[in-house]
Every structure is written in structure tokens, then in C-alpha cells.
Design a protein around this ligand. Sequence first.
Ligand SMILES: Cc1ncc(COP(=O)(O)O)c(C=O)c1O
Length: 331
Amino acid sequence: MADLAATAGVALRPHVKSHKTALVARLQLEHGAVGLACAKLAEAEAVVDALAGGPDGDGGGNARDGRVGILLTSPLAGRPSAELAAAVRRTGGRLGVLCDVDVGLGRTGVVDPAGARAVARRITAAGPVLSFGGVQGYAGHLQHTAGRAARRDGARDAALRLTAVVDALEADGHEVRLRTGGGTGTSGLDVELGLLNELQPGSYVFMDREYRDALGDDPEGRFHQSLTVATTVVSANQTGFATVDAGLKAMATDTGPPVVVGAAEGVEYLFFGDEHGLVTDCPAGPRHRGDRLELVPPHCDPTVDRYDAIWLVRGDEVVGRADVVARGRSQ
Ligand SMILES: Cc1ncc(COP(=O)(O)O)c(C=O)c1O
């Protein structure tokens, strides 16, 4: 992803929400990321603290003298917003603010150029404590669309919406320095369309079953599957299947079942309760208690958020551990 961004001359600001670790964040910064994107204030606090904290079992430390630029990609309301405002006043700092644009997802953001104009006016009117930095248009509704042509059509439509906003803001005299957005599924297309000057993908560091299904052999699907959930057969009391110790609590299940790594075609994993899963036998024969399997999780981000640590493995050897320092930091 760093190569894609560098070759295209766009900035890369990887999204921390996928890995929630200082270790991966540090690697991303060392490989040229301009900063990090975070979904929530608490997530940003945990990762920045760990980056600044030096060796903490996670390899800590930060390539940039403890300073890292954070883009908070979700709007704030209520207490977090008040706390952030108070912190900026206390430190005498200046907060760069973007106008979030709804480019089709419908989740957040202004829905038309008039809304963007009003937001930019309010930011400018707030005085020196805020500065208008540009726009964000995250096309989350397109990331898992199967088929590159369909994703391209959607990305083009999203780019048109964002362009209309940028044009209106520039006509009002605002400098739209930053145009940020994009995810793993549209990364190559965003670069081809050329509107965004900063990409904020997250899942590419791990990939997952949902992305694998959607992206297949497309250029956006070239990232290796690096994240698996290790599980153990705890019962083989029936014929035809075995019971493993990874169930609903072991992974996010919003996008269906996981895939058994290296299994013969037709081998299936089925949910078997909160703590257990069912894995059908392979043609080679039944599994036995104690057998270890690996599962490709259906959806990486919320699966990682269920674990304190990610074990780093090379071949059959555990070579390290990345603490999921922002685990549960969802506020
Ligand atoms: C605002 C925003 N930006 C970027 C991303 C990263 O997208 P992906 O993990 O699909 O690369 C997300 C993911 O949900 C997001 O919500």
C-alpha cells in the first residue's frame, strides 16, 4: 500500500482501527505514512500513548520524536468534543478540521455543497483555534462490492459528489488542501480517479474472508492474508465433524463464517455456540482432540478488537507479540 501511494504521489494515512497496535502503526510510519487515521478519540489516545511510551513489550517508540499527526475520521459529539475543545484551549494549540462529506455511505457528513459551505464558514468563523483543512469522503459502501467494474462505477460517483463539494468550497475562497478518504477495496481505483490526495485504508494489513471474497484477483486483492484465529479441536465425539474451541465469541460474525486455512474443498466451519465451532471432516479422515487449526476471520477489525495481543508468527515460529493497546477503545 505504501508503494501504491508513493508511486501515485498521494499521501498514505493508514487507519489504526484495523490493528489497534503501536507496533503496526510504527511500521506504517517507518514505511512513509504521513500520519495515522483513528476512528475514535480513545483509540487515538491509546495508540499515541503507546507510540510515545518507548519499549513497552510492543516495541513502542515512534519514528517521529513522539509526534504523530492524527486524523480522527468520525465526527465527535457531546463529551469527547467538549474535552477535545478544552484540551486545545489549554495547550494553546490549533486544530485542523475537515468537512466530512457523505459520498454515498449515508453514515456521516454533509450531503451537498451547501452543507459543506456552511461547515467551512463555521470553522473559519471560530477563529484561530480551528483551521479549515479540507474534506474527507469515505466510500465505505463500496469497499466490499464484488467486481472491479462495479466498484469503479461507484468510486466514480463518489468522486463526482466530492468534486462538487470541493468546487463549491474553492468558489467560496477556501483552500481545500486535503482530500482524504478511500479504503482497501477502492485503493487502486481512488488512485486512478486522481481526486483524493490522501488514502486512509486499514484492512490491507490483515485482509479477511469478506475482502478476499469481494476482491479476488483484482489489484486491490493482492494483499496477503496475514491474520488468522488459531483454534484447537476439543471434541471429536461424533462422526463427520469435530468441535473446535472458537465460537461466536472468538470473532466478529457479521459477515458469515470463517474459512479453515489449508482445508480441502468442501470443508466447512459452522458456528456451534458462543465458545465452539463445528468443522466438517476432510476427505483424508477425521480430526482428533488436540489438533490445531487456523481460521481466516470473516471481518478483521472487530475480530482483532476481541484480543489482548496478536502473536507474530514466521513459519511455525512465534517471533513476537503486538499488544492490541486500543482494544475496546470505542468511545
Ligand atoms: C472512515 C474510514 N476510513 C478508512 C477505513 C478503512 O477501510 P478498510 O479497512 O476497508 O481499508 C474505514 C473502515 O471502516 C473507515 O471507517
